[in-house]
Design a protein around this ligand. Structure first.
Ligand code: OGA
Ligand code: NI
Length: 342
């Protein structure tokens, strides 16, 4: 198991060989062939059109960006601003947060430097924190969020409400895309909600390291707000890494492992990672929605028919999470544990 020296590790990143990833993982920042773009979906279009576009995007890319999503631009900017301010506190202040939270419950609010994430004990060039959220019931989470910067709590509460609306809309569109009643996903799932804020400071050697190693998200859906100035997110498609260039006023949405299982492999939870930038810092904020930890997950029965046998066995979501933790420090292949052999 990776051992963290909690407060001691909270200091500015400085480049040492432990940040250098193996050759096969090094980002190719130059000589890139143009691999096209992940789909950009305009939510002002007619529902039938959007359903088709989203379904295709989930099948082929596992990722898409939405525009005209209805979340005010000023609010999105404010979210990235409070997150940036959080990370730009001094390292003494952040170290203090780590020791406080360590005494209480590290699971509720956790700030960390992305150290020793990989099997080879390679460090990632980034910092992060995570906490829970809820689209309606603020009392369950708001007091667990950072007090600094002062507007963190009210900004995130307002944004959580907006993402909740977008989430309901996505569940409806995805249900229709799967040929189910439009409220199928919304009605059949109890939820758990987590959020992760990422901060990638300028890096002297972006060609040698990563900000976040390749992974799939283990929830149902992810809503990612990203910095508009810097490209960093990359998605794996047909053996290549594609940049997800930021589109103004957009939200990136991606399929998580649980949606791949629910859809019986029709929708893909794909590998993605973040690369760093020599001159600019980058921030991103991912809001995840997953099943309730006690809920059972399996391919949706209506999608399992002749010629389409279930590709996964039923499991409790908490068992999946346990498996995820068991694979800490390894190249994670969590879904595979639950797959029914071909
Ligand atoms: C994540 C993630 C990508 C990014 O937090 O799961 O994939 O661009 N973030 O920071
Ligand atoms: Ni991710």
């Amino acid at each position: 198991m990776a051992s963290f020296q909690w407060a001691n590790d909270i200091k500015p990143l400085s480049f040492t060989p432990k940040f250098i990833v193996p050759d096969e993982n090094k980002p190719n920042l130059t000589n890139k062939t143009d691999l096209g773009v992940i789909p950009i979906i305009n939510l002002n279009e007619k529902t039938e059109i959007i359903v088709k576009q989203i379904t295709k995007a989930c099948e082929e890319f596992g990722f898409f960006q939405v525009i005209n999503h209805g979340i005010p631009k000023e609010l999105c900017e404010k979210v990235l601003e409070v997150i940036t301010k959080f990370f730009e506190q001094s390292y003494e202040e952040k170290a203090d947060l780590v020791s406080q939270q360590h005494m209480e419950d590290g699971k509720i609010f956790k700030y960390y430097i992305k150290d020793q994430e990989t099997q080879e004990k390679i460090s990632m060039w980034g910092e992060a924190f995570y906490h829970t959220w809820h689209p309606l019931d603020f009392s369950t989470f708001i007091h667990k969020l950072p007090l600094n910067p002062p507007h963190y709590r009210d900004t995130i509460a307002e944004y959580a409400k907006e993402i909740g609306v977008l989430m309901t809309q996505m569940f409806s569109l995805l249900s229709q895309g799967l040929g189910l009643d439009k409220d199928y996903l919304d009605k059949s799932l109890r939820r758990s909600y987590t959020a992760q804020a990422n901060y990638y400071p300028p890096c002297p050697h972006p060609e040698l390291t990563l900000g976040l190693r390749d992974h799939t998200d283990f929830n149902i859906l992810t809503f990612l707000l990203q910095d508009e100035d810097v490209t960093g997110l990359q998605v794996f498609k047909d053996g290549n890494w594609m940049d997800v260039h930021p589109v103004p006023n957009s939200i990136v949405i991606n399929v998580g492992d649980q949606l791949q299982v629910l859809s019986n492999d029709r929708f893909k939870s794909v590998l993605h990672r973040a690369v760093t930038n020599e001159h600019k810092k980058r921030v991103s904020f991912a809001m995840f929605v997953g099943p309730d930890h006690k809920d059972f997950v399996e391919p949706i029965p209506d999608l399992v028919r002749e010629g389409h046998p279930a590709k996964y066995r039923e499991y409790r979501f908490e068992v999946f999470i346990q498996e995820f933790r068991n694979q800490e420090g390894k190249y994670r292949m969590v879904k595979e544990v639950f797959r029914i052999g071909d």
